[in-house]
Every structure is written in structure tokens, then in C-alpha cells.
Design a protein around this ligand. Structure first.
Ligand code: IPE
Ligand code: IPE
Ligand code: MG
Length: 250
């Protein structure tokens, strides 16, 4: 039997990296449950997974990484869990924004920022964005209070307002016009979309941006995910034949 050699970032083809990787960080609750612990223990353990993955993204030379931390539907969870997640994310930013800045990571938040997201968390998000805005090494987008349909609703409202104000004609609305009004219009499309924990669904993530994404589902629960898993996903991506409606390229 041949021993499986783990993939290293050096094994990846730097010419064919995905321009934008999206990760649905799922499975924290189950990870905690397996250990007989309450759900928040899984969220806490997810921090190391995230920072190791960011290191992996830097090592591999990725340009954009979007991770989903809280969905517009996650407000339906028990109040204690929601409160924990708000405080946890605020504290995490407070503790680790400096490190991201030192690593020259540009951090941005995608999603709705108004209520019920606590003001102090929004303040931390905006501080972190301002502090890291000049970096160009890796852009880390944290999807928070994010929903793909909500993003399209917000873009549509903007288009409608511009039409009503006479600045835009309905006939001028095309794919570019919509894409230009998404939360981060300058980000490239997601071309590798990863979900942990074995669930095989989008759950309303990056509906527009991931139109042609290669989808990859792993059984690894998010708190166990490490940069090695990211490298393996990128290697799998590099083995795929992306056609965008055309005939086979090879
Ligand atoms: C993902 O893990 C984290 C968030 C959605 C905030 P879950 O909390 O969804 O974990 P499972 O799916 O219940 O295991
Ligand atoms: C999606 O995971 C949201 C995040 C990872 C933040 P969920 O665990 O909320 O999705 P469902 O409920 O299983 O579809
Ligand atoms: Mg889940």
C-alpha cells in the first residue's frame, strides 16, 4: 500500500489558483456535541481553524478568501447562542485584529450592519476594516449577518432608487450593473466553494458570486479544519475541468 503524502502549498500550481475561495464554516455544534460539550465550545474551537486557514491562504498565495461566520437565518437560533456569537466575534476582533494587520491581511465584512447586530461589534468591524484597508496581500472577507438573497435585495433596492431618480434606465440593467451593486463589487467571482461538516447545500451563500464555482464538500467538522485541508481542496480544484458552457478544454 502506498502511503498518502500530504499535499503541501508547494505542490499547488501557482498559475492556477482559485481567484476567490469561499468557505461555509459548518459543524461547530456537532463537534462540541461529540465531546459532550455545549455548542459554544465548538464555536470557540473554530477560531484556531480559521486562523490556521488564513495562514494557509497566505502560504498558498490566495487573493480572496470569504468565510461565513453568521447568516441572516442564524438569528433563529436560541437567544443564548446568538448572544454568545455576537460577543465572541467582537472579542475575537479585539484580540486578533492586530495580528491580521501584521500579516498584511485586508479584512472586510459582508452583510447587513444595522440592527440587530450590536453597535459595538459593528464598531469593531469598521475599525478593523479601516486599520487593514491598505493591505493587498490577502483580502479576507467575513460574511456576517450575510444572506445571498438579502444581498440581491439590497442591490435591487439600489438599482430601483437610481431608476426612480432618473440616473439609470431599466434597459441599462444588465449583469454588470447588478454585480456592481453587490456588497464588494471589486471581488472576483467565487471559483472554489467549500463546505465543511458533510452538509451538501449552499444555505443561501454567495448566490450570485458562486454561479460557476466548483463545489467541494468535506466531512471534516469546522473546528478540525486546518490549512492542509485547504491545500487539498485547492489541489482538487486544480484537477477539475471548468468549462463555463464551452466544450472540453483538454
Ligand atoms: C457553524 O456551525 C457556525 C455557525 C453557523 C455560526 P454550526 O453552529 O452550524 O454547527 P452545526 O451545524 O450545528 O454542527
Ligand atoms: C450556514 O450554516 C451559516 C454559517 C456557516 C455561518 P448553517 O448551519 O446555519 O446552515 P443550515 O441551517 O445547516 O442550512
Ligand atoms: Mg450548521
Amino acid at each position: 500500500m502506498t502511503e498518502q503524502v500530504p499535499i503541501d502549498s508547494a505542490d499547488l500550481d501557482p498559475e492556477r489558483l482559485p481567484a476567490h475561495v469561499g468557505i461555509i464554516m459548518d459543524g461547530n455544534g456537532r463537534w462540541a456535541h461529540e465531546r459532550g460539550e455545549p455548542r459554544h465550545v465548538g464555536h470557540t474551537a473554530g477560531e484556531e481553524a480559521l486562523f490556521d486557514t488564513v495562514e494557509g491562504a497566505l502560504e498558498a498565495g490566495l487573493g480572496y478568501l470569504t468565510v461565513w461566520a453568521f447568516s441572516t437565518d442564524n438569528w433563529k437560533r436560541p437567544r443564548e447562542e446568538v448572544r454568545f456569537l455576537m460577543n465572541f466575534n467582537r472579542d475575537l476582533l479585539q484580540r486578533r485584529a492586530g495580528e491580521l494587520d501584521e500579516r498584511r491581511v485586508r479584512v472586510r465584512f459582508v452583510g447587513r450592519r444595522g440592527r440587530p447586530v450590536p453597535r459595538r461589534l459593528v464598531q469593531m468591524m469598521e475599525d478593523t476594516e479601516q486599520r487593514t484597508a491598505h493591505h493587498r496581500r490577502l483580502t479576507l472577507q467575513v460574511a456576517f449577518n450575510y444572506g445571498g438573497r438579502t444581498e440581491l435585495v439590497d442591490a435591487t433596492r439600489q438599482l430601483a432608487a437610481e431608476v426612480a431618480a432618473g440616473r439609470l434606465r431599466p434597459d441599462d440593467i444588465d449583469e454588470e450593473a447588478i454585480a456592481a451593486r453587490l456588497y464588494e463589487p471589486d471581488a472576483p467571482d467565487v471559483d472554489l466553494l467549500l463546505r465543511t461538516s458533510g452538509e451538501q447545500r449552499l444555505s443561501n451563500f454567495q448566490l450570485w458570486e458562486a454561479a460557476y464555482a466548483e463545489l467541494l464538500f468535506t466531512d471534516v467538522l469546522w473546528p478540525d479544519f486546518r490549512r492542509q485541508d485547504l491545500f487539498e481542496a485547492i489541489a482538487a480544484f486544480q484537477g477539475r475541468d471548468r468549462r463555463f458552457g464551452r466544450v472540453r478544454s483538454r
